[in-house]
Write a protein that binds this ligand. Structure first.
Ligand code: FES
Length: 140
């Protein structure tokens, strides 16, 4: 093996390593944004002022180390769900104009009461227990 060949091999290894580091630096923030938290903390109760969730709107919050959402359907019914898509675990988004949830990863759709209406999710959004007392919604 001559010195040019070993130099090319060395440079190839260095460039490959730099490419791997650059790919990790770009993809890690995206992964953290799309993936739910993996914390195993026990679920506490979360209290949200009922007035903070207006009709036709949704409020996202952290619950038991993951994303959750409180939605008040048009007409006033209130629901609390895990915001974790049941397909591969991305976080759903509320589409106010369509009154449904969209999972941005594979275009899964859920109705405002958590039922799958399109796309690959195999199950509805997981409902969370909640109670409304004295103008507050207590989830958990
Ligand atoms: S992770 Fe939500 S549709 Fe695939």
């Amino acid at each position: 093996m001559d010195s040019n060949s070993s130099r090319r091999t060395f440079l190839g290894i260095c460039l490959g390593g730099l490419g791997a580091i650059a790919a990790a630096a770009v993809s890690w923030p995206l992964f953290r944004y799309l993936a739910p938290g993996s914390g195993s903390e026990t679920a506490g109760k979360v209290v949200i002022a009922a007035a903070d969730v207006r009709e036709g709107e949704a409020k996202f919050f952290e619950f038991a180390g993951s994303s959750a959402v409180l939605v008040r359907k048009r007409g006033g019914d209130l629901f609390a769900f895990s915001a974790v898509c049941t397909h591969l675990g991305c976080i759903v988004q509320w589409e106010k104009d369509k009154q449904d949830f969209l999972c941005p990863c594979h275009a899964g759709h859920y109705s405002s009461d958590g039922v799958v209406t399109a796309g690959p999710p195999p199950k509805p959004l997981k409902k969370l227990p909640f109670a409304v007392t004295a103008g507050n919604v207590t989830v958990g």
